[in-house]
Design a protein around this ligand. Sequence first.
Ligand code: PMP
Length: 428
Amino acid sequence: MKNTEVAARKNEAISRGVGMTTQIYAARAENSEVWDVEGNRYIDFAGGIAVLNTGHRHPKVIDAVKKQLDAFTHTCHQVMPYENYVALAERLNKLAPGDFAKKTIFATTGAEAVENAVKIARCATGRSAVIAFTGAFHGRTFMGMTLTGKVVPYKVGFGQMMGDVFHVPFPLEMHGISVEESMDVLDKLFKADVDPKRVAAIIIEPVQGEGGFYPVPRALMKGLRDVCDEHGILLIADEVQTGFARTGKLFAMEHYDVVPDLVTMAKSLAGGFPLSAVTGRAELMDAPGPGGLGGTYAGNPLAIAAAHAVLDVIEEENLIDRANQLGARLKQRLESLRAEVSQISDIRGPGFMVAVEFGQPGAVKPNADFTNAVRLKALEKGLILLTCGVYGNVVRFLAPITIQDQVFNEALDIIEASIRECAEEAKS
Ligand code: PMP
């Protein structure tokens, strides 16, 4: 089988609305490596978009899922519940930020977690407005898409967005937007558009993911918490991309002295099996009446079994420490290129949620062409990279935290060579 043959069939069979980063069709995968249908090997620094913090097919995850496969695969928790769902909720209630009584619900996708968090916030506060940030990504469902702070490609052609959603500029110091300006716009929003007493929640990613791997400045997080406390607004941390050791903490919110009321999670929670969750203050989580929350596949038993194994692996293999070590090595390697590659405008990110931003030579003005060239050059050399950012000028690194040292070093060499070669080519 050839990648090009499948790609031709794909063009006939699948909506172009499903965008694709590569046309390399996967055949098998192990930890941080993937082989395509032609037998070519790739190092995977995309991790299925932040899903594989514990790598492809971690033996513990696979074992747990196999055991569950042999027991039962679906009953629907709302019909005939199962104990491991309850046990996972208990674990997340203990682990999620906040020293108060918590409860959890499970769903299937990140967008669904966001939808549910907003439903819970609206129900608990009796208010309907929600505030999000420019550059944010919260999913492709109607509320997720509305909350997302980027029009192209997410909102184009899809008609009227949900009502009562407002966006505040995300502070990007390097692009001239300060925390003070963001807080000032929020204040003006309360003066011009929406009574703060009508706002149910403010939703924020502690590190913007799709938006460019920009960590929320401490002053903004603190400012938002204060505004929330003043007006009885709930703070929702969308940890779908930042969760489960990626940032060098189990949850990225642990980097802040601020505790959210609700947390959304998905992606690396279940190591490749579809599972998402909302965990939050017990009294808020109990606001919707029985039947108001849930879903046929919500909290699928195979995915729940996988999530238990993922949490075990994070602890047993010290993946939080490992994320910090790997991130430091990656940043160091990128820093070593700064002097010679004038397109590098920033290197950032907590733990192993690292990104490099590219600008025009010697400037911060976004350089999407250079960024894409680096991604393609790395792909030629056998490394799968993802880009992100409102201007498409950021390469983000989402390798498994379980990556073997030897494979990691190989990847670092490819990253270095790809950036260097693109810089050379840009000169000529
Ligand atoms: N929130 C954040 C922060 C995300 O990064 C994503 C996915 N990139 C989502 C929500 C949506 O998750 P899903 O694609 O599983 O619906």
